[in-house]
Design a protein around this ligand. Structure first.
Ligand code: ADP
Ligand code: MG
Length: 620
């Protein structure tokens, strides 16, 4: 009889389990806050001392526990939240494993006071390193208060493993934020060393974000909204320009639980590609709701990791709705889908500059009552419908429709003399116009989009349009080659010739039919439709120069590098627009791009002067 296996005593088993659940004071904060939420509390207080080393206390006004349950709650696998394995796939509570209190009590001195509303008297439990010191009736308030003192008092190795107070505190703050962000209907207060740090009243999501992270967030957030059969997504993403190099506020919640999911994080971050420099992180606050049967949250003891049944589908929805939000909101900065009050005039910082009055010239032949076919005058019926859409899904649709109407009007319009006059930028007069676009400084289109004064940088916009067109030719639909009657010869350096050989096949998809003659010279047998073959030597040299300088950045993205290099080169050479129709078509092409508002390298293609910005210009 040499059997050597025996069951571990509970206290030891609990201490082992505690290793997984309780890593630091912040883990205790998380478990206690989640229990308070699960208990249906409306008010939750978090009280800590010395970054949680000496005390973590959570007081709630939830449903409390009976005398027996109060004692039982410290047993391992003691839970009121599930009773069968099947329940794991219909979870509506944060907890379900029934091991948090047992684990915490194994490595700390815990005092619990609890009382149900229907009971005359409550219960006090004192437990230390898994051994119950006291379990007695006590006169206490409705709800539950759990104090966890001297964490790891009996496990010096773990205690020594804790980091500085600053680091431990920031972990606690993070856990608090995660719970407070998702339960915006509850009130929270947070005390550290006797000082009230934060008091949160029930509010909407945006307000809660602002209350936690500061008022500067108020103007930084774009709303995100999507409802499908598979997933509902709501929340906010931060404007690209507020992205940070280091840690950014990134919060994703799934079915009310904070989750960390690299693929979903990637879905959000890639939607910002080209809008923020590499290595920068956008902030986001997103709530995803899926059928609980399609996710598994029971893959880690802290339940932060989650497994999805159909990751690709969720990825696609999330990515496209974030992209849409970025696109829509950068075009419509003044539409506040939360319906919050507009900025008060008194809040606007007065300008100290003396105003400079422009010289205004009026076209004497212009008759505002004469309707140009297909050309609506300002303040048309669609204007008011866009404004009425704020706060609803129809706001988005109206906005889209508005832009479509507006650009349709532009390209349907017959050229009119008043507009053409505006092209004459040798005059310093400003012509009074209705709905017509015009061009200033030979570089910018000025027009009304969705009731906003919008200025488009033609060069930047062209770069974006060409980039997307070239990418499409490379990936999907090669363009037709226009054969040259007499092939042009291009001579390059040896290094240039190497590079050209590397991208020759891709250039054919873009309409350049190039054939090597000897080591450094090439015959160009065809060019894209509409392009002069005679300029091809310079075109190719410039293209190779740009391609080479991007090689490091786009090592593994050859097509992107080619499309980018060619777009950058071609955007500088363009013919002036002949009339409104051409401008309208150009604006339409820009708005039809996947990412219309920046160049591939993140430079703005358009600026919108919102209502508030306009008002600000006139405040004395
Ligand atoms: P779990 O939350 O996974 O069920 P815990 O160890 O965190 O496991 O809690 C055990 C049980 O104790 C819970 O299921 C719940 O019934 C009870 N409990 C814990 N905290 C509270 C609280 N603040 N108010 C009411 N009941 C609580
Ligand atoms: Mg719990």
């Amino acid at each position: 009889m040499n059997d050597i296996i025996h069951l571990l005593p509970d206290a030891v088993a609990n201490q082992i389990a505690a290793g997984e659940v309780v890593q630091r004071p912040a883990s205790v904060v998380k478990e206690l806050l989640e229990n308070a939420v699960d208990a249906g509390a409306a008010n939750i207080q978090l009280i800590i001392k010395d970054a949680g080393r000496t005390l973590v206390q959570v007081v709630d006004d939830g449903k409390g526990m009976s005398f027996n349950d109060a004692r039982l709650s410290f047993e391992r696998h003691a839970t009121s939240k599930i009773s069968s394995a099947d329940d794991l796939f219909h979870l509506t509570t944060k907890g379900f494993r029934g091991e948090a209190l047992a684990s915490i009590a194994a490595v700390a001195q815990v005092e619990m006071k609890t009382k149900r509303q229907q009971d005359k008297i409550g219960t006090l439990v004192n437990i230390e390193g898994s051994s119950v010191k006291e379990h007695a009736p006590a006169a206490v308030q409705d709800g539950t208060s759990i104090s966890v003192k001297n964490l790891f008092f009996n496990v010096p190795a773990r205690r020594n493993f804790l980091k500085s107070d600053n680091i431990e505190f920031s972990h606690i703050e993070e856990e608090f934020n995660r719970v407070a962000l998702v339960h915006t209907d509850l009130a929270f207060s947070f005390y550290h060393n006797g000082k009230l740090l934060l008091q949160l009243q029930p509010s909407n999501f945006k307000q809660r974000i602002v209350n936690i992270f500061g008022t500067h967030y108020k103007d930084k957030l774009y709303p995100v909204e999507m409802e499908t059969d598979v997933i509902n997504i709501s929340g906010f993403i931060a404007k690209p320009e507020s992205a940070k190099k280091k840690k950014s506020e990134q919060y994703m919640f799934m079915n009310g639980r904070y989750v960390r999911h690299p693929l979903l994080n990637y879905a959000v971050e890639t939607a910002y590609t080209q809008l923020i420099p590499e290595g920068f992180k956008p902030a986001y606050f997103l709530k995803l709701q899926v059928d609980p049967a399609t996710i598994d949250v029971n893959i880690s003891p802290t339940k932060v990791e989650v497994k999805l049944q159909d990751e690709r589908l969720v990825f696609g929805f999330l990515n496209s709705c974030v992209k849409k939000s970025i696109g829509m909101m950068s075009l419509a900065p003044q539409i506040d889908f939360e319906g919050e009050a507009a900025l008060e005039i008194s809040q606007i910082r007065p300008s100290t500059d003396e105003p400079v009055f422009p010289k205004i010239g009026v076209n004497p032949n212009y008759n505002p009552f004469e309707t140009v076919p297909g050309h609506k005058t300002g303040g048309g019926s669609h204007d008011s419908s866009w404004r009425s859409g704020g706060g609803t899904q129809s706001g988005w649709n109206d906005f889209l429709q508005g832009i479509k109407n507006e650009t349709d009007n532009l390209s349907n319009a017959t050229p009119n003399t008043q507009t053409s006059a505006a092209f004459d930028d040798t005059s310093d007069e400003i012509l009074i116009e209705t709905n017509a676009p015009f061009i200033i400084q030979n570089r910018y289109i000025v027009l009304k989009l969705n009731t906003n004064l919008t200025v488009i940088d033609i060069v930047a916009a062209r770069e974006r349009i060409l980039y997307e067109r070239y990418s499409d030719s490379l990936e999907n639909q090669p363009v037709a080659v226009q054969s040259c009657l007499f092939p042009e010869t291009v001579s390059l350096t040896a290094a240039g010739a190497e590079l050209l050989l590397e991208i020759k096949d891709e250039l054919l998809k873009l309409g350049y039919d190039i054939e090597q003659i000897d080591r450094t010279s090439f015959a160009v047998n065809g060019v894209p439709f509409g392009e002069e073959a005679s300029a091809v030597q310079t075109s190719i040299e410039e293209l190779l120069e740009s391609y080479k300088s991007n090689l490091f950045l786009y090592r593994s993205e050859k097509n992107k590098n080619i499309a980018l290099s060619l777009a950058r080169q071609k955007c500088l050479h363009f013919k002036p627009f002949a009339n409104d129709t051409e401008i309208g078509d150009f604006v339409k092409q820009l708005l039809a791009c996947q990412i219309p508002y920046t160049t591939p390298s993140g430079k703005k293609t358009l600026c919108v002067l919102s209502d508030n910005m306009l008002k600000e210009l006139f405040v004395k």
